[in-house]
Design a protein around this ligand. Structure first.
Ligand code: EPZ
Length: 423
């Protein structure tokens, strides 16, 4: 898909079902490399990034069979330890095969993932962590090479919490000799989901979800069936869309527990939010109050929701300050929001001042990355007139047919009937 046309100025009403989380599925699929046999995943989202990592695993010799959200991977016949540039450049998260390959085969060659629109995206902490486990790391013509006859458990201290760094090293340590302790580890729900999956396969991991994760290495891991957790960022995106349009949306098959910071900020912005065991109802209210946010590691406000929340703040009743503390260049969407009539100024690269305006006007805009495209969709829904968003292939990387989801919504006219009380 390359363009989305949005006829804005309408409230969103209805129900939407959330798919499996992209950022949970990617490390889970990489973990199948650790198993000399089959691993079965359910609730796998249908996304470009999932197709990319499947292609990568097949290139290594794994077999991948998928249908209707179920993915079965057989790692028994992996015969190659090199993740090539052409495959890695399509998706930086390919770095997640590095730890599993060197842990199981004692050798891995992975193309340097390189940066992306939002930042340089270094992987130094991944590499220093593997060195701490005894791997010999060399760089050669754009490739990372890691060698170790067998990884040895050790203490690993992250300078800052890194999500895929924690995931890579948790997977590597699972097959190391002895115990490893990961300190200042990332605490995201996707980390907990990966630890649960690895423990299902026979690993011995404790502390996932806290800053200190202990991994007792084992000889091998075995086949297992794993369900991918709901996508908290997709959930948050639909929550912000409902609040921004003043609509009333029931978001189903999600995990409200993972959305504490987003619920808190949307309530401060004036939205009414009802939470149920596996769904959230969001009712947008006028006026939208301006709210300051700072993106920080989980359980704080997620950087992957910053662009979407900025779109909401463009029509708030005052000024809001948005501090992006995770990535160095994650305000690209601001320039496109200006084209829709927003009033935003960026200072010192990671602070944005958003002055609320009465309304946005539709215009042609261009997406630059996955979450920026979601921000422009939200702004287009709010804007009066037509907005055409180009380069929305970024959207395909992380959202299952967002426009289809909107068609799939059950248009409940809430004025006439309430959602059944599911308490
Ligand atoms: C994961 O990226 C997510 N991707 C990102 O989602 C998300 O924005 C990010 O975590 C932060 O929550 C996946 O899970 C596939 P980090 P990751 O390592 O792991 C610095 C999306 O839109 N750093 O937690 O690459 C880094 O530069 C994507 O779905 C180092 O300096 O992010 C950043 O400033 C975008 N050295 C900070 O740490 C390292 O070795 C956090 O990055 C690693 C990271």
């Amino acid at each position: 898909m390359d363009k989305i046309q949005i006829n804005g100025g309408r409230k969103l009403y209805g129900e939407v079902s959330i798919s499996g989380a992209k950022n949970a599925a990617l490390p889970l699929i990489a973990s199948a490399i650790l198993v000399n046999g089959k691993t079965r995943f359910t609730n796998v989202p249908d996304l470009m990034d999932i197709k990319s990592i499947k292609l990568l695993l097949e290139d290594l010799g794994a077999t991948c069979q998928s249908s209707q959200g179920v993915l079965e991977i057989d790692g028994a016949h992996i015969h190659k330890i090199e993740a090539e540039y052409d495959l890695v450049r399509k998706m930086r998260a390919s770095i997640l095969v590095l730890g599993p390959l060197v842990a199981r085969f004692g050798h891995a060659k992975v193309s340097m993932p390189g940066g992306c629109a939002i930042g340089a995206r270094p992987v130094n902490m991944h590499l220093s962590g593997l060195e701490a486990l005894g791997a010999e790391i060399t760089m050669d013509h754009g490739y990372i090479e890691a060698k170790a006859s067998r990884l040895i458990g050790n203490e690993i201290y992250f300078d800052t919490p890194t999500v895929t760094g924690t995931e890579n090293l948790m997977m590597a340590a699972s097959l190391a000799k002895g115990t490893s302790v990961l300190r200042n580890a990332a605490r995201e729900p996707e980390i907990v989901a990966l630890a649960d999956a690895l423990n299902n396969m026979g690993a011995r991991i404790s502390g996932a979800g806290t800053a200190i994760i202990t991994v007792e290495g084992v000889q091998n891991l075995s086949s297992s069936e794993i369900a991918v957790i709901p996508d908290r960022i997709e959930t948050g995106t639909f929550m912000v869309a409902a609040a921004a349009t003043g609509g009333d949306v029931l978001i189903k098959d999600c995990e409200p527990e993972h959305l504490g910071s987003i619920i808190s900020k949307l309530k401060a912005a004036g939205a009414e939010i009802l939470t149920y065991p596996d769904s959230i109802r969001v009712m947008g209210k006028d006026p939208i109050h301006s709210v300051d946010i700072k993106t920080v590691p989980y359980p704080g406000f997620p950087t992957d929701m910053q662009a979407q929340f900025m779109a909401l703040m463009t029509i708030a009743d005052g000024n809001s300050v948005i501090h992006e503390s995770i990535f160095e260049n994650r305000f690209i969407h601001a320039n496109e929001l200006l084209r829709l009539g927003a009033d935003i100024s960026i200072s010192s690269g990671n602070l944005a001042m958003v002055r609320g305006v009465k309304k946005l006007q539709g215009a042609p805009v261009m997406a630059s990355d996955l979450r920026a495209s979601a921000s422009l969709v939200i702004a287009g829904l709010v804007a009066e007139g037509t907005t055409v968003i180009s380069r929305v292939y970024h959207m395909d990387r992380g959202y299952e047919f967002i426009e289809k989801n909107s068609h799939n919504w059950t248009p409940i006219s809430f004025e006439s009937k309430k959602i059944p009380d599911m308490r």
